[in-house]
Design a protein around this ligand. Sequence first.
Ligand code: ZN
Ligand code: ZN
Length: 295
Amino acid sequence: MEISVKIESDADGYTGRECPTCEKYFKIKFGTGLPGDPECHCPYCNHTGPQKEFWTKQQIEYAQSVAMHQLSGQFLAQLKKLERRPDPRALISIGFTVKGSPTPVAYYREEELEERVTCAACTMEYTIYGAFGFCPDCGVHNSLQIVNANFDLVLKTLDLAQAAPADLAAKLVDNALEDAVSSFDGFGREHCSTQPFKISFQSIDGAKEKLLRETGFDLADPLDSPAWSFVTEQFQKRHLLAHRMGIIDADYVSKTGCAPSLLGRKVTITDSDVRTLVAHLKTLAGVLYHGVVRI
Ligand SMILES: [Zn+2]
Ligand SMILES: [Zn+2]
């Protein structure tokens, strides 16, 4: 005997999935990605297998409970037909009644997740914990797509700053610089997270040297020397914003070669510098993504 149970999507059209290997949860919109019936990739560990292996424990429990509900309902209905009242005229008569109700259905709700992504490679719509992951349909990792979306948000912040009062505008431009650097750092760490060495991109010079030493890849290659110096200077400015309230210290003077007379002054961060930085970081993210192969 076979009972089919339909697993409904949530109000936004997403269906919950659970990886059979790492048991982590994500959601997909069926039919938005590759045509046909592609295998499913776990966004977190990239385990790949048929869709039927990715049901969540709650969905399986629900399906089993629906089946049990139907079976127990049918069983009770059949027993009910055999119900008998005792015969009042008989000397001895036994009757019986059937009581009880079908076993309950274990309803469930899909969870809300942090990041909604539409895969740039295959258009699959999915939601995951965190931000970075493999597309459940085509398996392409989304780190480059996510960092570019973050860079676009930085540019939107700058657009916002142009229409803001001066003090707020200055703060928004400072934030835009910090966001650009931390987006690149988050992307770089994620992309290199499966490498056998640890790396941070908060100092881009340090990251460049480490990558060169460990993998032979030169991050600075696509930029000419003045452009690379410009990028490293912006990273130094971000360091001042994050740790020195934006006040120029001796370390900044020695690392950037700026005039020592600027010591103790507030560092200058401009809209056009942040825009130029974002353009360079988009280039660097692209070469890092393709140049250092994810293991
Ligand atoms: Zn997994
Ligand atoms: Zn995809």
